[in-house]
Ligand binder design. Sequence first.
Ligand code: V47
Length: 385
Amino acid sequence: MPQSSSLNLDKITDRNLRAVGEKVATGNRLSNQDAELLFSTPDLLGVGMLADYVNRRKHGDIVTFAANQHINPTNVCYLRKTCVFCSFARLPKEEGAYHYTLDQVFAEAETAATGLTKEFHIVGGLDMKAGLQYYSEMFRGLKARYPHVHIKALTAVEIAHIARIDKMSVEDVLRTLHEAGLDTLPGGGAEVFGRGVRMAIADKKLAAEDWIEVHRTAHRLGIRSNCTMLYGHVETIQDRVEHLRMLRDLQDESGGFLAYIPLAYHPDNNELGVELGRQGTATTGFDDLRNLAVARLFLDNFDHIKTHWIMVTPFLSQTSLAFGVNDLEGTVVREKIYHEAGAHTAQGLSLAEILDLIWSAGKIPAERDSFYNILRVFERDAVAA
Ligand code: V47
């Protein structure tokens, strides 16, 4: 229920930012230079005000969330040594390595039996034992048990890995998995597209152009997807902007992205954290809010900007609802990837906690499906009554 809101550029203290504000007010597309300014100006409130203006025009006061469950069927990953930011991956014989049988996956998915969970978010490592057959049977089995649950599964990196080990094209892998029950792709594995950064933090991972190509192919087949950027390590502002520009270009071409989610790097228990001398957190509240707000402004062809409360804390996610964000990561249930990397947040949030966060930001919570159709709106008084 979009509503009109006015924009008072006089409140912007940075004169250069005011020129960007003029463009925002007139709906003109921002350039890379504009985005660099948004990433560097000390006037965070000015950036937030612009992002909030755009967000309100698109979504009014509605903030959506999904009742989802994260499932990670394997942490075995042959890129364990080269993706130095990751704390989740293990080599096959390393302590803590696991590979679920299909029955273990189905047992973990049992939360869906309550009817509350409406989306499985399934990602894992690049495991030589996790190929097309494993995932096809998994998705068929999940759909047979829980036909109402949407399956958002496998990053572009995993899709390319399956194509390699099963000696098939990416297109055929996507088609086969789609037939087996995969509905959309999550946005992981993008990290930062710039070649220098990729070499430093994710050498040997799927190249940027190939990540884009997997999503382009998915969109062509009618499989929609999300996208992400892992920020807060060695990347420069130019790297961030170039990354966002590549996502915006593909969205212009295909329109297939549902949402963009900036991911705050967590430095515990991984080599990169040691190299950078960081522990606990690597990003700051200022930077977390800025990444969300800049995305809302620069990604003008995206409807949804999602905050991942697990990485930046529920309170920062709540604050970001005044900085251009319209979507909050959902209930999650049992998060592993960031908790291995030192996230101190809970592993899941209850519906009541999510509603409270959104209401106390003066917004209206709405549960959505995985395609962002609104399922139910929670008016505060109606629920309290
Ligand atoms: O690609 C790994 C990131 C991603 C760390 O599509 C780390 O709705 C921080 O993409 N510190 C996977 N981040 C998760 C992901 C995601 C999450 C929520 C929603 C959606 C969606 C997608 O997690 C990886 C990587 O960028 N990651 N290790 C770490 N130490």
